[in-house]
Design a binder for this molecule. Structure first.
Ligand SMILES: C[S@@+](CC[C@H](N)C(=O)[O-])C[C@H]1O[C@@H](n2cnc3c(N)ncnc32)[C@H](O)[C@@H]1O
Length: 237
C-alpha cells in the first residue's frame, strides 16, 4: 500500500530529518509532553528481551531506545542501531557517547533493503520509523528476512485514536505543531510533514494486516494513549 505524496517521499523524508536533527529530541519532548518516553518504556517492558539477545533497532534516529536495549541484553548481547539518515545517526552516536554507552554498533542502513544475512536478529524494533519509509511492505519483508525463526518484531507508531473525542482534540492540537516547529526549530514545513505522515499512516488493523502479509505470525497490537500511538508485536515462525 502506497500513500501519495506531492513530491518524492524519500527525498522529502531525507530533507525533513536533515533539517530537524538538532532539535529533534527537544521537539519530541515538547510535542508529546514527554509521553513518547512512556510509549518507548512500554515497548521495552513488554518485549521480553533478555541477556545475550541480539537486537536490531531500525530507523533509530537519535537512538532513544538504545540505552534501554543495552541494559536488557547485558554484556553478552548485542544492539545494532541503524538509520538511513547519517545526520540523525551522528546525533544519536554523540548522545550515546555522552551517556558513556559505547558498546553499541551503528550502521547506516535502508530498512527497505536491510544489509544483513537472513535469520540474524532475535528482535527488531522500530519506533516512529515505519511511517517515514517509502515502501512499507518492502521494509516489513526485509525485516522478516533478517529476523531469526522465533524472533520478534516491535513496531511503535502513530495510529488512529479509538475515541472520537480524542480524535477531535488531537486534530485541533495537530494544527499547532507546524507553529511550534517554526518557533522552536525555525522549520514549520517539517512539522507539517509530521502531521501529513500521521494522517496517511495505516490504522491499527491495516498495519496488522500488512505485518501478517509480510510473513509474520501472531500479530497483536496495544493501543497507547487511546490509540494515538499503537505498538504492534509479531513473531516469525
Ligand atoms: C521520527 S524518527 C524516529 C527516531 C527514533 N526511532 C525515535 O523513536 O525517536 C524517524 C526516522 O526514520 C528514519 N528513516 C526514514 N526512512 C527510513 C528507511 N527507509 N530506512 C531506515 N530509516 C529510515 C529517518 O531517517 C528518521 O531518523
Amino acid at each position: 500500500m502506497h500513500e501519495t505524496w506531492p513530491e518524492d517521499k524519500t527525498k522529502l523524508v531525507k530533507r525533513v530529518f536533515n533539517s530537524v536533527s538538532d532539535r529533534y529530541d527537544l521537539m519530541n519532548d515538547l510535542m508529546s509532553f514527554s509521553v513518547h518516553r512512556l510509549w518507548k518504556k512500554f515497548t521495552v517492558a513488554i518485549s521480553g528481551v533478555r541477556e545475550g539477545d541480539y537486537v536490531l533497532d531500525i530507523a533509530s534516529g537519535t537512538g532513544d531506545l538504545i540505552p534501554q536495549w543495552l541494559k536488557r541484553v547485558g554484556s553478552t548481547g548485542h544492539v545494532l542501531m541503524s538509520d538511513i539518515n547519517e545526520t540523525m545517526l551522528h546525533r544519536g552516536r554523540d548522545r550515546l557517547i555522552d551517556l558513556g554507552l559505547t558498546q553499541v554498533q551503528i550502521m547506516q542502513a535502508d530498512a527497505q533493503s536491510l544489509p544483513f544475512p537472513d535469520n540474524t536478529f532475535h528482535h527488531l524494533s522500530t519506533a516512529f520509523g515505519l511511517r517515514n519509509m517509502t515502501d512499507q511492505p518492502a521494509a516489513l519483508q526485509s525485516m522478516h528476512r533478517v529476523l531469526k525463526q522465533g524472533g520478534q518484531l516491535l513496531v511503535l507508531e502513530f495510529s488512529k485514536p479509538v475515541l472520537k473525542i480524542v480524535q477531535l482534540l488531537y486534530d485541533q492540537y495537530a494544527k499547532l505543531l507546524p507553529k511550534l516547529g517554526q518557533w522552536v526549530a525555525q522549520d514549520s514545513a517539517s512539522y507539517q510533514y509530521l502531521i501529513d505522515s500521521i494522517r496517511k499512516h495505516p490504522d491499527q488493523e491495516t498495519l496488522k494486516r500488512m505485518i501478517l502479509e509480510a510473513g509474520f505470525n501472531r500479530c497483536r497490537y496495544y493501543n497507547l494513549s487511546a490509540g494515538i500511538v499503537a505498538l504492534h508485536q509479531a513473531w516469525k515462525f
